[in-house]
Design a protein around this ligand. Structure first.
Ligand code: HEM
Length: 494
């Protein structure tokens, strides 16, 4: 078959599938939404999104269409919120209305609207409140979790120490350390840095996050029915998810066999206790499948974003050794080198705190956040938005908003410092997204970033294998997440 014929057939298939989903969803309400670039039938604004950097393209489109505009990802419209003011006016000032979760095909096929991240309505609220309560019971927000992170930091430092003199890619060690913290809360145990089964799981996470942040992931979210038929790496996402599901189901099974009802050891036990309590209730949200998905949410959510932020942070500090040196100087003065830094030191480490914020601002690890949906009709910036409208909260645009940060495209810790060198917060800083749907693990993530990064800097000097001038901070993958290029870290004891 000639290439021309294949292309024609594919186009016809695309048209047929897109037409179907267009009709089925019934979301095409032209005229009801804010203006935006004219969509082509079925393809929507796809041709405008060729650059490979969706976040940048949306910010450029906002220059032409304003801070609230409509974009068609394939046949479906979504309202993009761009810049600090639009994000605040929607997600903070109309928090309830903007607290729905929008669809994301790549997750939908796996979660089917179950779990915390991709559910809506009473199920979401019940699971979110339950998870927050259970995580608190196992130490989140208390000294207990801080001690757990510090223990893990000590293990990580030992592993780093063993690499002295030999450059290495820090990805797996960081993934393992970060994941162990959430594992101890959810599964009740941590995993060794050489445990082959666990390393395999971490590779599955990382592979999935990478594919989801590539063009394949982007296209899958736009044309899922078509992509289901086309060969490509996106199929791996679902195989990886299936393998993760087996691991989680086995963990749940083990918990069932060894638990003592009413005496929970971890999140899974807590959930099983709640399932027992509600077993007579046919409407209960506490079902086996929900436990699998919620556990997956915490496990996946608690690993990739935090670990990537740490890794990107190290790359940035390699690029700017003078910033790393200043953090080390502050740590030496305030904490010394005998004990590890602790959360209580944070208020006395304004420069370090500013660097951590600036890392998160600069990288915008989830540049488009996660899609939201309107729980009721709303008005925003003089536009009427009907209930159910999909919303893309372009978090990165707040971080790059020139009205909020000076030189927003440059890495500059003084964005979070006042003239006297005190730490200065900024409401436009929103890596965890604001509002009712804000990241459930934000407190834990902040704690981990602070304790892991300061422990590493207190102990080691970071040397790049290539000269800092050659280190490229542009994300290697960008889509769901902004991922740094792979790099080698060369550590020297201080
Ligand atoms: C640097 C690390 C992290 C970043 C930047 C991050 C960012 C985000 C963002 C932007 C969202 C979407 C919020 C929204 O829709 O408005 C989110 C949701 C979520 N995150 Fe995180 N996250 C991080 C770490 C964590 C950790 C450690 C956990 C686990 C304890 C976690 C669990 C979740 C969950 C369960 C949700 C869904 C919340 C909901 O839909 O109600 N995240 N996160």
């Amino acid at each position: 078959m000639s290439m021309g014929l294949v292309t024609l057939l594919l186009l016809l298939l695309l048209l047929a599938l897109a037409w179907r989903s267009w009709g089925v969803q019934g979301t095409w309400k032209r005229g009801a939404l804010p203006p935006g670039p004219t969509p082509l039938p079925l393809l929507g604004n796809l041709l405008l999104l060729q650059s490979g950097r969706l976040d940048r393209t949306l910010m450029e489109l906002s220059g032409r269409w304003g801070p609230v505009f409509t974009l068609h990802l394939g046949p479906r419209p979504a309202v993009v919120l761009c810049g600090y003011a639009a994000l605040r006016d929607a997600l903070v000032l109309q928090a309830d209305t903007f607290s729905g979760r929008g669809a994301m095909a790549v997750f939908e096929r796996f979660t089917r609207g179950n779990g915390i991240v991709f559910s809506n309505g009473p199920r979401w609220l019940t699971l979110r409140n339950f998870a927050l309560g259970a995580l608190k019971e196992f130490g989140l927000g208390t000294r207990t979790i801080e001690e757990r992170v510090l223990e893990e930091a000590t293990c990580l430092l030992e592993e780093f120490q063993a690499t002295i003199g030999v450059p290495f890619d820090p990805r797996r060690l960081l993934d393992n350390a970060v994941s162990n913290v959430i594992c101890s809360v959810v599964f009740g145990n941590r995993y060794g840095y050489r445990d082959p089964e666990f390393l395999r799981l971490l590779d599955l996470f990382s592979d999935n996050f990478r594919i989801m942040s590539s063009r394949w992931g982007e296209m899958y979210n736009i044309f899922p029915s078509l992509l289901d038929w086309l060969p490509g790496p996106h199929h791996r996402i679902f195989r990886n998810f299936a393998e993760l599901r087996v691991f989680i189901s086995e963990q749940i099974q083990r918990h069932r066999q060894t638990r003592q009802p009413g005496v929970p050891r971890d999140f899974i036990d807590c959930f099983l206790d709640q399932m027992d309590k509600e077993q007579q209730d046919a409407e209960s949200h506490f079902q086996e499948e929900t436990l699998v998905m919620t556990t997956h949410n915490l496990f996946f959510g608690g690993t990739e974003t935090t670990s990537i932020t740490l890794r990107y942070g190290l790359l940035i500090l390699l690029k700017y050794p003078e910033v790393a040196a200043k953090v080390q100087e502050e740590l030496d003065t305030v904490v010394g080198r005998i004990r590890l830094p602790s959360q209580a030191d944070r208020a006395r480490l304004p420069y370090t705190n500013a660097v951590l914020h600036e890392i998160q601002r600069f990288i915008s690890v989830l540049p488009l956040g996660l899609p939201r949906a309107l729980t009721r009709d709303a008005h925003l910036h003089d536009y009427f938005l009907p209930k159910g409208t999909s919303v893309i909260p372009l978090l990165m645009s707040s971080h790059r908003d020139p009205t909020q940060f000076k030189d927003p495209d440059c890495f500059n810790p003084t964005n979070f410092l006042d003239d006297k060198g005190n730490f200065r917060s900024n409401d436009a800083f929103m890596p965890f997204a604001p509002g009712k749907r804000m990241c459930l693990g934000a407190g834990l993530a902040r704690l981990e970033l602070f304790l892991f990064l300061t422990a590493i800097l207190q102990r080691f000097r970071l040397l790049p294998v290539r000269s800092p001038a050659h280190l490229d901070l542009t994300p290697q993958y960008t889509g769901l997440g902004n991922l740094p290029t792979t790099f080698q870290l060369h550590l020297v004891a201080r």
